[in-house]
Design a protein around this ligand. Structure first.
Ligand code: GLA
Length: 742
């Protein structure tokens, strides 16, 4: 890996074994993009790529050079209003009302490793050899605003991490109306756009369409990254598949309002912009102040979608997630939410926990309802003190009882929220986000605390610190059950109200950081009504996230499949729950519910006392299975083989680093009578290893399994038989393949 600067042509070349990223200083001093893709040879001069060809009539050109128009150039951090009519990366509103700026190259710096981004989550390095960072400095002379563009290239993987910092070195304040993290101009539009969208209980479904002229974008203006659109999009070549072809993945390490956009212009070039959504964003930059954008990561893969996903998985698992739990297999937990909802006592919880312990569960999690006057969702949020009627000896007493049983104890919080029926709200009604003289909408009867204010974050921190320091808490589920409305902070002047959304998220990050620091061994799991804030920003503080409130196995197959496009399996919170399922009343077999939940953090969301003896035996076997294989599943290499969005069957697999163990998950949504004979070609095995299939006793070499395929035919042909094999809807199997090597 290296970053080279060719002085004569003012060209930067960032490269490693897989990719090249080329930029140069344009004749007007702006920074232009030359190329991003598979590694190419270095050359002193790539200026032939600057196609400064005249286009008739419609273009505006610079005086003195009829061929120089920004409209047709590929730019690194474009501005609107000086001959480029595509969407800009930055917009600076000045005192005289102008929004024109002209960022001209000043110089550069190359650093080993990667600098931290103040107050923001970002990828990191553990040694200076892992990456190099280029900082290109540009300045707008009229306003005095300095722009620093950061590019980090890692030694491994087709990864470039980007962000921008704007500093006002001028004499008048300005307003940033847009400050994106990444802008990348691509020379054509031959891509399929993929987005990961949905709704509550239907998160991150794969949706795709061909890029066309005009703008296609997804985003959030809800204050959280949202159930609706994940801050992750993919551009794949139309011919690219799971395992071959060129793919670009764009991910924003941010948990608030975002916009991921591709604009195809009239000459079929594509501009991708990624960053904080400019809608509702207006950041006042006083003289001497700086604004740092969140980090965006772009991954190039010529090994298809799986190649891209594996690059993201490793990066986000090892160099975004941090702390004690980063590399550790995740504890198998039992959460009481779907077992009791708000209806529990200490003894009832202990009863659930005892059965869980008997089955091999390692962590008991007490969900919502343990604090203040929280007997339903109208009251209590904000009062982080145990409810003495339910828990006479507080969280301390309950956590000690759980620990004495030989299990760890975990606790639910929703730190950013308050109910009006709470002591906190009665004491501080001005602490919620609300607009004067306007109605305040609620969500689930709750209001959003103004986390842009330090005193609010301090107060919540104190309450949480108190509980966590006196009780034995090993895990926290941090929830966030509504989006922001009437966004306005009593603590900020009128011309800074456009900062509230971002300041709010900075407050969330600050609280996470303080708790991570004070309690480094606590495992955090993020949650927002399920997967409403499942984003890379939170992975920095919480290495796992509750993927969805939908615990139905059939729905989960889709949600987990879409989630796996960007996020590591170790980050996907997934549990077995009861049937009929509480979200959609569906019945799926117990083994299928477990087979799906294995591909994540694994746990139970039910009262095991209510299961039959046979089911308990099955649960004990499931837990033993997960303990044996969770290292492979959570930290191995993951491959998607058949998509639930394309057919009746879904297949995916995890392979251990040493390739000696592989687990293949096969799932069929609807039973099919007189069904086809089916095979699936596996991936990632060692062609020379002989693998024993523990499900059916067969033995095959890796090359057979990868080229001829694993036979997955349903031997019942869809009809009920007396044989062991089952046939019904929502059927599934796990094939355990073990290499017989010495
Ligand atoms: C959200 C979460 C659930 C549960 C409830 C508690 O909906 O996603 O898992 O914690 O809140 O109120």
């Amino acid at each position: 890996m290296s970053i080279i600067f060719h002085e004569s042509s003012k060209t930067f070349h960032l490269y490693n074994g897989e990719i090249s990223y080329l930029m140069c200083v344009l004749p007007n001093g702006h920074l232009g993009n030359l190329y991003f893709g598979k590694r190419i040879h270095d050359r002193e001069d790539f200026s032939y790529l600057l196609e400064m060809k005249r286009r008739p009539m419609s273009s505006c050109v610079f005086e003195g050079n009829r061929k120089f128009s920004l409209e047709h150039l590929k730019l690194e951090y474009p501005v609107y209003g000086s001959s480029d009519y595509r969407y800009p990366a930055v917009e600076v509103l000045q005192e005289n009302g102008s929004r024109i700026s002209d960022f001209v190259y000043v110089g550069y710096e190359i650093m080993d490793g990667k600098p931290k981004l103040q107050g923001l989550p970002a990828t990191y390095t553990e040694s200076e050899e892992e990456a190099q960072t280029l900082c290109v400095k540009l300045k707008d002379e009229v306003t005095g605003v300095v722009l620093e563009l950061l590019y980090t290239i890692f030694a491994q993987g087709g990864i470039v991490a980007r962000s921008a910092k704007l500093t006002n070195e001028g004499e008048k304040s300005v307003h940033l109306l847009s400050a994106m993290s990444l802008s990348l101009d691509l020379p054509d539009k031959e891509y399929v756009w993929m987005q990961f969208s949905g709704a509550w209980a239907r998160e991150r479904h794969v949706k795709e369409r061909k890029l066309e002229q005009g703008v296609q974008s997804v985003g959030s203006i809800r204050g959280n990254s949202s159930h609706q659109h994940n801050p992750f999009v993919v551009l794949r070549r139309p011919s690219a598949t799971e395992n071959a072809g060129e793919v670009l993945g764009f991910s924003l390490i941010y948990s608030g309002n975002h916009r991921m956009q591709a604009e195809v212009d009239t000459h079929d070039t594509t501009r991708v912009t990624v960053g904080i959504n400019p809608q509702n964003f207006d950041w006042k930059l006083e003289c001497g102040e700086s604004f740092q954008t969140p980090e965006a990561v772009v991954v190039f893969s010529d090994q298809g979608l799986n190649g891209m996903s594996q690059t993201f998985h490793k990066l986000y698992q090892k160099r975004l997630a941090r702390g004690y739990w980063r590399d550790r297999p995740r504890p198998i937990l039992n959460n009481n939410w779907e077992a009791t909802y708000f209806d529990f006592t200490e003894d009832r919880l202990v009863e659930i926990a005892s059965k869980a312990k008997e089955c091999g569960v390692e962590l008991f999690v007490l969900d919502d309802g343990w604090f203040g006057a929280r007997s339903n969702d109208y009251a209590g949020l904000g009062d982080w003190v145990a409810n003495q009627e339910r828990l006479p000896r507080g969280i301390k007493g309950l956590s000690e009882r759980i620990e004495d049983m030989g299990m760890k104890f975990g606790l639910w919080f929703e730190p950013e929220m308050v109910n009006k029926d709470s002591d906190l709200y009665r004491a501080h009604p001005e602490w919620i986000l609300q607009t004067p003289q306007r109605n305040s909408c609620h969500g689930r009867n709750q209001f959003v605390l103004d986390f842009s204010r330090k005193e609010v974050v301090d107060c919540i921190y104190e309450m949480m610190y108190q509980i966590l320091s006196e009780a034995k808490v090993s895990y926290i589920k941090w929830d966030m059950n509504r989006s922001i409305t009437e966004c306005w902070s009593a603590a900020l002047p009128a011309d800074r109200q456009g900062e509230v959304f971002h300041r709010y998220i900075l407050g969330v990050y600050d609280l996470y950081e303080r708790l991570n620091t004070a309690f480094p061994q606590i495992l955090f799991e993020s949650c927002a009504s399920g997967g409403g804030r499942f984003d890379p920003g939170l992975l920095y503080y919480a290495p796992q996230g509750w993927a969805s409130d939908d615990t139905d196995a059939a729905e989960r197959v889709k949600i987990q499949y879409g989630t796996s496009m960007c996020y590591p399996i170790s980050s996907i919170g997934s549990h077995v729950s009861v049937v009929p399922n509480h979200q959609l009343n569906r019945k799926t077999p117990l083994h299928t519910r477990a087979n799906v939940a294995y591909f994540g953090t694994f746990g139970y969301e039910l009262d095991l006392n209510k299961l039959s003896e046979d089911e308990i035996l099955e649960v004990k076997a499931q837990i033993a299975f997960m303990k044996e294989y969770r290292e492979v599943i959570q930290f191995g290499n993951f491959y998607r083989l058949k998509s639930p969005f394309e057919g009746n069957e879904t297949v995916w697999m995890s392979v251990s680093e040493d390739k000696k163990t592989a687990l293949v998950f096969w799932y069929r949504e609807r039973n099919v009578v007189n069904a086809d004979f089916t095979r699936v070609c596996l991936e990632g095995l060692n062609p020379d290893f002989l693998y024993k299939n523990e499900l059916n006793g067969t033995e095959n070499y890796g090359d057979e399994l990868m080229n001829l395929g694993l036979i997955t035919t349903d031997s019942t042909a869809g009809e009920p038989t007396d044989e062991e094999e089952l046939c019904s809807d929502y059927e599934s199997r796990i094939y355990i393949l073990k290499a017989e090597t010495n």
